[in-house]
Design a protein around this ligand. Sequence first.
Ligand code: NGO
Length: 528
Amino acid sequence: MMRRRQKLRYSKCALAVAGTILGAACQVPAPTTAPQPAAIGPRLVPAPASLVTAAGAPFRILRTTSVFVDTTSAEVRSIGEMLASLIRRPTSFPVAVAPIGVPSIGAIILRLAPDRTALGEEGYELNVTSDSVRLVANRPAGLFRGIQTIRQLLPADIESDMGLDRVDWPIPALRIVDQPRFAWRGAMLDVARHFFTVREVEQYIDILALYKMNVLHLHLSDDQGWRIVINSRPKLTAMGSLTQVGGGPGGFYTQQDYQDIVRYAQARYITIVPEIDMPGHINAGLAGYPELACSTRPPGLYSGTDVGWSTLCVDKEETYAFVDDVVREISAMTPGPWFHMGGDEVQTLTVEQYVRFVERVQVIVNKYGKKMIGWEEITKARLNPTTLAHQWKSDSATAALAYGSKLILSPAPKAYLDMKYTASTELGLHWAGYVEVRDSYDWDPAAYMKGVTERDIVGVEAPMWSETLRNISAVEYLAMPRLPAIAEVGWTPQTARSWESFRVRLVTHEPRWRYLGINYYRSPQLPW
Ligand code: NGO
């Protein structure tokens, strides 16, 4: 799963943006206190809905251990193979994937149970005894989430991609019944302000998978860059991809690249949500198609960070032909049900013009079989009940509830991963304040906004805007450890969460991040 990055171990510090903070993040780990058996449960992030540790001896992975699955399902077999290959590398054990039915003492068994509908799309039940590890789910996604739990229950050395001398690979005896609180546990990556390669996006997906997140929203266009090829509008990337914030070379995804990302995410039960931001944040698009602007001045490329000034000319009919082309091509490449139209920060249109545009885009998005999402500003328009309003800065999103629409919550003072941790953080912005790890963790989505209850929310999402982020190491520094905090906000029932428990569990993941070459911030709020 996350193996290819091992060579970067420790050396990534040198790649990171220079500075004392990143230097500090790359020190050799202080010895951690070895977790006692009773503390094994609390290592999991996100915390499971229910966990009971058992008194018996742990299960031990041995040279003879196999992963047994229903091999008639290619999907289940491939999940079994992911778990087996995770175990093979550091242990050097052969770990076969074999059909259920052959003698299975000392086995790890992954099974789909069509009668366990109460487990839902992503729930699972895990029973570990000294004899076996039994993982059951109603749907394959539940098995995939469950193998992340098995992974986190194993010693952190499981993340090494080199054979280790270690001989003992215990999994504590326990029983877990688990499923997510919210169906939407997302992260957003802005590949427009700075471009990130396919491999870098996959690295980010690997982190989401480890923390049971299930949506990656890609912000594919903005004033500084258009990052995806649209065959019917070739100048979008030919012109619009050539720069980024600060004037670097930019970049774009071919349609093949995009589909590779979609497939990589799909194998980890993560849905890609494409966003084309419109009618504002569109300068890079206008660079190739200046006739879609109302002004006669050619737009040219832009590498600054101001917002709110560019717009499509929403009164021109050809604008809607353009939107149709873009939505059609992207929808055809996107198996997930969503298309995000942006819609934020438009300062140069009247409300009537803006509303008319949003309503027409909604029709186009629905025509291509997708449900629309837009930032909270879209609630000025008449929304379909299937449309989602994406809250980020105010309570204006609540207007969506009158249309039967639901909300995604990304409140900037909690969930914007591009906010600085403190005044001395080199990377990031701070228009929404400083966001320490506890700020990201310690809130309840169902109590965050007046008049918004649990039922009104599909879930939470952690946006990563990239104005200040020149490489993926910088992205990771801001994501870790706030992204696992948001993952737990989205997954774990409110009653099963506490900051005191989270901070202790979270730091036990540090050795994993080091093995995986993931950069992170050593928050003084955490007991490293
Ligand atoms: C805002 C703005 C983005 C910025 C971001 C920076 C939204 C939805 N629009 O969030 O263009 O990049 O803040 O934090």
